[in-house]
Write a protein that binds this ligand. Sequence first.
Ligand SMILES: [Zn+2]
Length: 212
Amino acid sequence: MISIKSFTFNPFQENTYIAFDESKECIIVDPGCYDKTENTILKNFIEQNKLKPVALVNTHCHLDHIFGNSFVADTYNLSPIMHQADLPMLEYAPLAARTYGVNLNKLPKVKKFIEEGDIIKFGNSEFNIIFTPGHAPGHICLVNNEENIILSADVLFHLSIGRTDLPMGDHETLIKSIKDKLLILDDKMVVYPGHGPSTTIGFERQNNPFLQ
Ligand SMILES: [Zn+2]
């Protein structure tokens, strides 16, 4: 059974997730740890729970979701996994960091791309990858239908949706992603977003003002 641990990191209050199961293997999704203190918080959780990270997944490459890529890559000998369509965001990240006046360490090379239909396995568990562009051109979400878990990153939030005013964002594409790929999921599906509290597909279907 999958357990989800969330951390809120960096000046953008981004949610970093660790998904693990009884095997103790885990994946790290969108490591946003920004400084030594936040790196230590992430590392301590992994050590204290005797977890073995087997994948580093980026749902998309906005800088708040990749601040910790180099720390995680170096510490656990992992290369980031992402959708190829988000490479422009990865390349733009250093300029974005200068614009916002924040530090971004040298980013590790991406050696493997994923796309819709791919599966990410860890221990006895897995996530299906769905392609959900709009907030970012190569945005993906991680879904487990049996356990009703979706890591939605910056596609769907509690009572909100991802912004589309950033470079390569597109509002209509985002709405289509949410309606075609997320709202078809079970009402009980628990949504773990990239910012703010978790929610469910059923609650957002009923109450999210952007989806009425
Ligand atoms: Zn984002």
